[in-house]
Ligand binder design. Structure first.
Ligand SMILES: [Zn+2]
Ligand SMILES: [Zn+2]
Length: 139
């Protein structure tokens, strides 16, 4: 039990990316070929329950997948490109202000905050404009 937990936590922590369960399974298999899919998925669930990792859906930009990252990171919002899946992390002050205000307004003590925003990254905006231009000249 401890070994697979450690492997997964390391992978999630060191990747610096937001990996889905299936990619984590493949990476974990490279470290320990004996690991199977069920164990990896179960371990992820446990890590989540214990509050060691966060599970994100990133607005389901690629279907039903969930993505994982460790809780050790400072609070941040995810900005997802709905076209190419590029993910930016926003660490700005307003996030902390929002926490304070929500706590004040509703009297909650917040333990989880998850902010996800979707849109089109600069590259995809350019590609879209190009497409529209081409469509316009084609007619
Ligand atoms: Zn994009
Ligand atoms: Zn993140």
């Amino acid at each position: 039990m401890t070994r697979q937990r450690q492997i997964l936590l390391d992978l999630i922590d060191k990747s610096g990316k937001h990996l889905d369960a299936e990619s984590l399974f493949h990476l974990a298999r490279e470290k320990d070929p004996k690991l199977n899919r069920v164990t990896v998925y179960r371990t992820l669930k446990l890590l989540k329950l214990e509050g060691l990792v966060d599970e994100l859906d990133l607005l389901h930009y690629q279907g039903d997948q969930h993505y994982y990252e460790t809780r050790m990171k400072r609070e941040h919002a995810h900005v997802v490109c709905l076209c190419c899946g590029k993910i930016e992390e926003y660490f700005g002050e307003p996030l902390l202000d929002m926490r304070t205000q929500v706590q004040k307004t509703f009297g909650f003590e917040l333990v989880v905050m998850r902010t996800e925003m979707g849109g089109y990254c600069p590259n995809c905006q350019m590609a879209r404009e190009q497409e529209l231009r081409e469509a316009a000249t084609a007619t």
